[in-house]
Design a protein around this ligand. Structure first.
Ligand code: SF4
Ligand code: SF4
Length: 421
């Protein structure tokens, strides 16, 4: 287990400048639900001054790990490293209840074993398409067996794509890029990945999809399981350790989901003794940034879109990758589009990883604020660069404005670039 970074905790000077950026503090007004409160709690736990209790667990579990506090902290406290280490410590000290053991088992089986995840998705799709889901919901069965949250969080599943290992460029090949597909995104956000491949190909890039890649490790890190997260990270280092274009430092690794990208970008911090980690992170690029900065072939233009598009900034894109301006820059290539940021984009939507399942009340509360902003804005479409946020926002919009789609910026771009079938 990683040692608790006490030096980081000691950097907090209790100034409170992070409080207005912390969604859980703004909702509760409770100091224990604030960054500096949580840092004090973790420091006390690590120093043996307080014991693990249900209250302590609740305060740390309720943190979204959105890292809005880190972005504004004048003392440069690395809150992300603190909360990960704090959760790992908590996980090693709290009792192993049946639900935690089952949760850990589910995480290991599904996220670490893509075939098992694929089989489950096929079964769930059958459950949706056969009408069984509708019947079960009408009879209130998911709620009776304690699966209501899981059932309501389930997106409409599409047939499973069989990803090829190479997607050739249209016309002359400018260069190769590797695509990170992740675990959940690979089965639940296929349109984004297909669009990323499509636009890259149109721009002259050959896209490689290394078959041995897997989950970035984020879900395990957030669950306080750094050992398993590090094993997944090493697997990805090996999967992407090619020697293509070695004179340029290797092929660029493009990621589409900013939540995965944020974790990938910190492999160096997690695996300091892995020589490959530094070159791996140097090769990473968020898809919007990469496409906005890439040279575009002459004659490749997007169809006009005279519509209002609300842009949601995921916390991972904003607070970790610092790439939040690129979706706007990329979508500005679409003539006549009206891009409008969602109000309070600096506050998390509540869709952070498994948060809507583990902290449903707070997740719904934060979602309600976003849906309120979107209702006032009344856009034609919403874009978000992270699958977790997109699914969460789509779930909220489905209740009040079901016609408004939530898609990745690259999907919107691809729809405007793709020749009509
Ligand atoms: S802004 Fe930084 S130093 Fe100030 S209270 Fe928050 S975490 Fe501590
Ligand atoms: S990561 Fe987000 S929720 Fe957690 S303390 Fe920081 S601002 Fe608050």
């Amino acid at each position: 287990m990683e040692a608790f970074p006490r030096d980081q905790a000691d950097r907090c000077v209790l100034c409170g400048l992070c409080l207005p950026s912390c969604p859980t503090y703004l909702k509760t007004g409770d100091e224990n639900e604030s960054p500096r409160g949580r840092i004090a709690l973790m420091r006390a736990m690590a120093g043996g001054k307080i014991a693990v209790s249900a209250k302590l667990e609740a305060h740390l579990d309720r943190c979204l790990a959105c890292r809005a506090c880190e972005r504004v902290c004048p003392s440069l406290v690395e809150y992300g490293a603190l909360i990960e280490a704090g959760r790992a410590l908590l996980s090693s000290r709290r009792p192993h209840t049946r639900s935690r053991l089952l949760g850990g088992l589910a995480l290991s089986c599904l996220v670490e074993r893509p075939r098992m995840l694929g089989a489950l998705v096929r079964l769930l799709r059958l459950y949706q398409r056969s009408g069984l889901q509708r019947l079960m919901r009408a009879a209130g069965i998911p709620a009776r067996v304690g699966l209501a949250k899981l059932d309501s969080a389930l997106p409409r599943l599409a047939p499973q794509e069989h990803w090829r290992t190479v997607y050739p460029a249209h016309g002359a090949t400018r260069a190769q890029v590797a695509l990170f597909t992740g675990c959940i995104g690979r089965v639940a956000d296929q349109e984004t990945l297909r669009s990323a491949i499509g636009v890259l190909n149109l721009l002259g890039y050959e896209v490689r999809v290394p078959p041995a890649q897997g989950c970035c490790g984020a879900l395990h890190l957030h669950a306080g399981r750094p050992g398993q997260a590090h094993a997944l990270m090493r697997k990805n280092l090996t999967a992407f350790a090619d020697d293509a274009e070695p004179e340029n430092g290797g092929t660029v690794i493009v990621h589409a989901a900013s939540g995965c990208g944020a974790t990938l970008s910190e492999y160096g911090r997690h695996l300091p003794s892995e020589a490959q980690a530094g070159s791996f992170t140097a090769r990473l690029a968020d898809i919007s940034r990469f496409l906005a900065q890439a040279p575009w072939p002459e004659g490749l233009t997007a169809k006009p879109l005279p519509k209002t598009v609300a842009v949601h900034d995921p916390c991972s894109l904003r607070n970790v990758l610092h790439d939040e301006k690129w979706p706007y820059a990329l979508l500005a290539r679409i003539p006549e589009i009206r891009l409008v940021p969602v109000a309070e984009n600096h506050l998390c939507c509540g869709g952070a990883g498994a948060y809507p399942l583990t902290q449903a009340t707070m997740a719904e509360d934060l979602l309600a604020d976003k849906i309120g902003h979107l209702r006032r804005l009344a856009p034609d479409l919403v874009v978000s660069a992270n699958i977790g946020c997109a699914l969460h926002l789509a779930k909220g919009l489905a209740r009040v404005r079901p016609a408004i789609e939530v898609i990745h910026p690259v999907t919107l771009l691809y729809r405007q670039l793709r020749p009509r079938a």
